[in-house]
Write a protein that binds this ligand. Structure first.
Ligand code: 5AD
Ligand code: SF4
Length: 481
């Protein structure tokens, strides 16, 4: 039987694109309040969350888990036995969305067997009106839709699903206040993600993120620093500062700049500090100096270039030229000779000629990236690029993609080879995925290392002598020094 849909609020991408920079972010410090009825009804019930996409989503899922546990739910990793299933989605490329629709489809039979099961879809995909209308019309098994801006309303929304016996949609287009003090269940006990800002104002023409994540807004430095002090006290070894564009931190409020914030975090003394992602456009000299000055700020810089051709960069709205990007890389390499520079590249953007693509290849030959995430351009509904004529054949895009990944792999292996016979520091994550007798972890500059070692070392930083370099991993042996 079809259930009615109760739409409390639905997304509007035009409204989501508005940026009123005169309105300062507001902060809320009260944690979520849970109704007694909900606590009693859900005590001991099981939750399952599937997360797609970036670290921002992974962090959001930790908060969602925290809220669910506060209600009384307990975690299960068996989707079949769950009482609530939440899919935290990504829409940055079409592939990500296809996977989610596949998953929603496969959950239909579970819902048929157990009509009390609550299936919810949240995250970036749901911030788009065409996705919401597709889910509501074609996927009756979905009970709840909520977005990236109202995770804190989850208890109220679950209660609404239970008491109204309707399907609930509540997706806000406007970012609203920054919610501090939400509960969270972190995925790791030794490395943590810490949001320093939300949203993006850059509006690169291909990108959906500014519409799904709202205006750039910074957390107060005091709240960030307190969170990291707490993590240090709990024994965390590594924090990764998150933002779509961390270099814009503090530009919207009267507070520290990003380099100042980074310095304050370094002084807390946590062993490893990472940050992602940096936009080349506002990567300042001060930032390079701070990274160079502190040993506990990792020398790994994720610096998305997207393309190496000036006309394509202009069409992408990236706000820098190939020459400016290369100058920045040179500056970083001069001041931080051990820097590991990685990037994101899109191939097959509208109007990408053979010559333009060759410019991207030649830029990669000059920079010699440690590694790169490479993507085929995927038009996103509502973005300016989606209105451009997509005049590069898919066949050509695939050929270019393969050429690009081969060049990236060549330099990646070259870089990995330089580690042979050297001793590196590895934060041990756990047994390797392929072989449970082997431990794996990451070096300071984000290289995956597999080595024989004692399981008791998980969560610790150990010295490993590298014996062999492969394209995407290093192999080694644990040593004392
Ligand atoms: N098509 C392909 N890749 C994209 N990215 C963002 N939007 C698109 C798109 N429409 C890539 C960019 C970005 C990374 C997170 O995803 O390279 O840096
Ligand atoms: Fe998207 Fe550009 Fe913002 Fe990155 S900087 S999230 S690519 S709009």
């Amino acid at each position: 039987m079809k259930k009615f849909v109760k739409v409390l609020s639905s997304p509007n991408m035009k409204a989501a694109a508005q940026r009123n920079m005169d309105v300062l972010p507001q902060y809320q410090y009260q944690s979520v309040v849970i109704d007694e009825y909900l606590k009693t009804a859900m005590k001991g019930k099981k939750y399952f969350i599937r997360t797609y996409g970036c670290q921002g989503n992974l962090r959001d899922s930790e908060v969602i888990a925290g809220i669910l546990e506060k209600i009384g739910y307990v975690l299960t990793d068996d989707v079949m036995s769950a009482d609530i299933i939440l899919l935290n989605t990504c829409c940055v490329r079409e592939n990500a969305e296809k996977k989610v629709f596949g998953e929603i489809g496969s959950l239909k039979s579970l819902k048929q067997k157990n009509p009390d099961l609550i299936i919810g879809v949240c995250g970036c995909m749901v911030q788009q009106e065409h996705i919401v209308s597709t889910i509501l019309s074609k996927y009756q098994q979905v009970d709840l839709l909520f977005g990236t801006h109202n995770i804190h309303q989850l208890p109220m929304l679950i209660q609404e699903v239970l008491t109204s016996n309707q399907r609930i949609c509540n997706v806000l287009s406007n970012q609203g206040d920054i919610q501090e003090d939400l509960p969270s269940c972190r995925a790791s006990s030794f490395k943590a993600w810490v949001n320093i800002m939300y949203g993006c104002n850059k509006f690169c023409t291909y990108c959906i993120v500014p519409y799904t994540r709202g205006k750039e807004r910074s957390r107060r430095s005091i709240d960030i620093l307190n969170e990291i002090k707490e993590l240090k006290a709990l024994g965390y070894k590594e924090v990764t500062l998150l933002g779509q564009n961390v270099n814009a931190y503090g530009k919207d409020i009267e507070d520290l700049t990003f380099p100042e914030l980074l310095e304050q975090i370094a002084l807390i003394g946590i062993e490893r500090i990472r940050f992602t992602t940096s936009h080349p456009w506002d990567f300042s000299d001060e930032l390079i100096d701070v990274i160079a000055k502190y040993d506990n700020i990792m020398n790994h810089i994720q610096l998305p270039v997207q393309a190496g051709d000036n006309e394509i960069l202009r069409l992408m709205g990236r706000r820098y030229s190939r020459e400016q990007y290369l100058t920045l890389v040179e500056k970083i390499k001069t001041k931080i000779p051990t820097a590991s520079i990685t990037t994101d590249i899109i191939v097959g953007f509208p109007n990408e000629s053979e010559e333009a693509f060759n410019n991207t290849l030649s830029l990669c030959e000059i920079v010699k990236y440690d590694s790169a995430f490479t993507f085929i351009y995927s038009p996103r509904v509502g973005t300016p690029a989606a209105k451009m004529k997509d005049n590069v054949l898919m066949e050509t895009k695939k050929q270019r993609f393969n050429k690009l990944t081969a060049v990236i792999a060549k330099y990646e292996l070259e870089k990995y080879k330089t580690f042979e016979n050297k001793v590196v520091k590895v934060l041990v994550e756990g047994p390797s995925k392929k072989n449970s007798e082997i431990l794996s972890g990451y070096t300071e500059d984000m290289k995956l290392v597999n080595f024989k070692g004692d399981i008791s070392k998980v969560g610790q930083i150990v010295n490993v002598k590298i014996t062999k370099a492969k394209t995407f991993t290093l192999e080694g042996e644990e040593v004392d020094q």
